[in-house]
Design a protein around this ligand. Structure first.
Ligand code: FE
Length: 251
């Protein structure tokens, strides 16, 4: 599969890297934001795809430098190979402050530990060579220390596991209702609660979003699909909403 260019403007590019997954590992997307000679990789992935994602990233970077590694949360399909990324580049990695003492369990060399930096609960801005990327709180969607990235130039919201779909036979969502079968079950089980969904919807409605690009499966392009997705999230009962009286001791 080829890389997909999600946005290409003057001095700014957003690249969805090819899907390198195979076998039983869940399909995962790796995204690259390039701006003014610098780059950020979002959710670089685990060991199984490490060498291929790194090679493809280097091709896409060309002369540019990888400035940042963004880790939306602590799961292995995102973080497992971060030591390799920190050794192979001089990038600074950002993840929720909640995970600072857990991520080293994946194996972090002393040499690179100071380049893993905490994101405060309220989020932050990251300057990528003159453009300001928003690191937005999205806690409990699904991880308790969880962030999304909004790029104001491309108007892409990188939504991590929120919006993930499994098994859809396309890269771009063609039709919202037809897409539900690939994402409803995942969201009902993996997302924390409707309260978190509502807080998120209220926040992201204040942004000008053209594309929502999740970490698994297909992306949503165009305001009608983006708005349908936000509305759907806002109304979804999920996680602990569906838990009442469901714990039964196994017979
Ligand atoms: Fe996850």
């Amino acid at each position: 599969m080829q890389s997909t260019i999600l946005y290409d403007g003057s001095g700014h590019k957003n690249v969805l890297l090819p899907s390198f997954d195979e076998g039983i590992a869940v399909q995962a997307n790796q995204h690259l934001v390039l701006h003014g000679g610098g780059g950020m990789i979002l959710d670089p992935g685990g060991h199984k795809v490490y060498s291929r994602v790194l090679a493809e990233t280097r091709v896409r970077l060309g002369e540019a430098n990888l400035d940042y590694i963004f880790l939306s949360h602590q799961d292995p399909d995102i973080v497992a190979a971060v030591n390799g990324w920190l050794l192979a580049t001089d990038a600074v990695a950002y993840a929720s402050k909640l995970w600072m003492r857990f991520i080293p369990h994946f194996g972090l060399d002393k040499l690179v530990m100071d380049r893993l930096r905490p994101i405060p609960d309220e989020g932050m801005k990251l300057d990528l060579r003159g453009t300001s990327l928003l690191i937005l709180p999205a806690h409990f969607l699904h991880s308790c220390g969880n962030f999304h990235v909004y790029d104001p130039v491309s108007k892409i919201l990188y939504s991590g596991d929120l919006g993930a779909s499994l098994g859809a036979p396309y890269q771009e969502v063609p039709d919202f209702d037809g897409h539900l079968e690939y994402m409803a079950g995942f969201h009902e089980r993996y997302m924390g609660s409707n309260a978190a969904m509502r807080a998120w919807a209220q926040m992201v409605r204040q942004l000008d979003i053209e594309t929502i690009a999740p970490q698994h499966g297909a992306y949503f392009r165009g305001k009608p699909l983006v708005n349908r997705f936000i509305d759907w999230c806002e109304g979804l009962r999920c996680g602990i909403d569906l838990l009442a009286d469901k714990f039964v001791i196994p017979a």
